[in-house]
Design a protein around this ligand. Structure first.
Ligand SMILES: [Zn+2]
Ligand SMILES: [Zn+2]
Length: 57
């Protein structure tokens, strides 16, 4: 995924999950570079995006 703040590309498993610092529990992936809280993207959404991308070609 790509960090929405600094644009750093990283793997979901690379990002920090469950940081313990977010109120109400962490449900996001923190960028390993800038610690920006990226909203968790369900897998079906990225699949959907791929389909849309293909259609656009
Ligand atoms: Zn970042
Ligand atoms: Zn967090």
């Amino acid at each position: 995924m790509i960090c929405g703040f600094c644009g750093h590309e990283f793997d979901e498993s690379e990002g920090r999950r469950g940081c313990g610092g977010c109120p109400g529990g962490c449900h996001s992936i923190h960028c390993p570079k800038c610690n920006y809280k990226n909203p968790l993207e369900p897998k079906y959404i990225s699949k959907l995006k791929n389909i849309l991308k293909r259609k656009g070609d």
